[in-house]
Design a protein around this ligand. Structure first.
Ligand code: PMT
Length: 399
């Protein structure tokens, strides 16, 4: 959210206290965040709280000497997004009926930024037809109104009326701020390691955490793509709004990929797939004996290579990764050719700041025509965004 400007409009509901966390999250994501409050909101949380969290002056009164005469117009026009949280029944009514009675409501009337509305109120208020009609009006006018969540409410009742969690509001803000440039594209991502059992207590696997693949899946769905994520065992929280299929072994991953590969425009194989598995899984714990043991390993299917062969009769872009500790470019180029890929992401996994388990990555991209591009060291989220930009360009060229 770097370089994005967000206004958070706080109105007078008890859930205002949760919005402090939202402001903290927005600031942490790099958004320049300003807060405007209604007079009633200041009864629940002080402007000082938001000022400390956002690092910017909070406006709660249009007539304060520090408020510039045109702030109520310019704030909503300079911003990329205005988030109203919590949005009370009263404020929804003002928005729906064009009432500009204070700084925040006039800001909304003049705003050209996208507007995200997060209602929160008593369950009976929320289900009141007047409130629901106002929500409908706002949606019809292009405002994005989140559904209030179900649960225990501060007023002591249960039901729909809770403010969505700050992380969910943040996520929806990211979706609205994204350009949606992958909208309509269907992307299949594989992530994480595969794992093969030796006996009921032992297994072989590798050091993949899934971070790179999950970052790709998350970035793609934020940009509007329809994402299927096939994941080996990881401890990561899966991205929201993706079709998630968890697998364990290489054969399971192959089966999951081949069950849906034809429904996709792009396939990105970021998973670290085991090349070998034990010939036989022993069904009891192998006992320790005198002398050494050896493990008889057999090859697993190369899923990417099979996708490369199947591509001859289908119409998808195929992107592979190459995890290498030596001869990075020549090994990656050979994999690109052998597996019939459109693009390969060469990953030097011998570095401490790149490859397996790290939060950053350093990759080189090799295209089918031999062209090469080196990306600088970045977070895996940034690498994902850059790769998706290149993939989009390839896709546009091909279609
Ligand atoms: O998960 P992280 O901790 O974030 O780490 C990220 C990563 C290092 C795993 C990732 O960036 C990466 O490099 N993924 C590919 C790892 C790998 O298996 O590379 P490889 O060179 O062995 O395989 C080449 C390609 O063939 C890969 O796209 C792989 O998914 C695919 N493959 C490999 C073997 C096999 N049997 N089937 C396959 O499909």
């Amino acid at each position: 959210m770097k370089n994005k400007k967000v206004i958070v409009g706080v109105t007078g509901g008890i859930a205002a206290y949760k919005v402090a966390e939202l402001v903290r999250l927005l600031v942490r994501e790099g958004a320049s965040t300003k807060v405007a409050m209604t007079a009633h909101a200041t009864k629940f949380v002080t402007p000082l709280t938001f000022e400390a969290l956002s690092g910017q002056r909070v406006v709660s009164d249009m007539w304060e000497p520090e408020t510039k005469p045109m702030d109520h117009i310019t704030w909503g026009q300079d911003a990329n997004l205005v988030v109203i949280a919590p949005a009370t029944a009263n404020f929804l009514a003002q928005m729906a009926h064009g009432v500009g009675s204070d700084f925040l409501s006039t800001l909304i009337l003049a705003a050209t930024a996208k507007i995200l509305v997060c209602p929160s109120m008593n369950v009976h208020m929320y289900s009141n037809p007047a409130v629901q009609d106002n929500i409908k009006i706002l949606r019809e006018r292009g405002y994005f109104v989140m559904d209030a969540c179900e649960g225990e409410l501060a007023c002591g009742t249960e039901g729909a009326g809770r403010l969505p969690e700050p992380e969910d509001i943040l996520d929806q803000s990211k979706v609205l701020l994204s350009e949606g440039d992958l909208s309509g594209m269907r992307i299949l991502v594989t992530a994480g390691p595969t794992m093969e059992d030796i006996d009921p207590v032992r297994y072989i696997t590798n050091r993949s955490s899934g971070k790179m693949g999950y970052a790709l899946a998350d970035a793609a769905r934020l940009r509007g793509a329809n994402v299927t994520l096939i994941s080996g065992p990881t401890s990561l929280r899966p991205p929201r709004n993706v079709r998630l299929n968890r697998v364990k072994t290489t054969d399971e991953m192959k089966q999951a990929v081949f069950a849906c590969y034809q429904e996709n425009d792009v396939i990105i194989k970021a998973a670290a797939v085991l090349d070998y598995k034990p010939r036989n899984k022993v069904d009891h714990k192998i006992k320790k004996e005198e002398g050494n043991q050896s493990l008889d390993l057999v090859r697993t299917p190369d899923i990417l290579e099979e996708l490369g062969r199947a591509k001859e009769d289908a119409n998808y872009l195929l992107v592979g990764f190459a995890a290498e500790t030596e001869d990075l470019l020549s090994n990656a180029s050979q994999k690109l050719a052998r597996k019939n890929l459109d693009m390969i992401v060469a990953n030097d996994v011998s570095r401490d700041d790149a490859g397996f388990e790290t939060d950053t990555n350093l990759v080189r991209i090799i295209y089918r025509d031999g062209e090469r591009e080196d990306l600088p060291l970045m977070t895996k989220q940034e690498v994902a965004d850059h790769l998706l930009g290149r993939i989009k360009r390839l896709w546009e060229k091909a279609s």
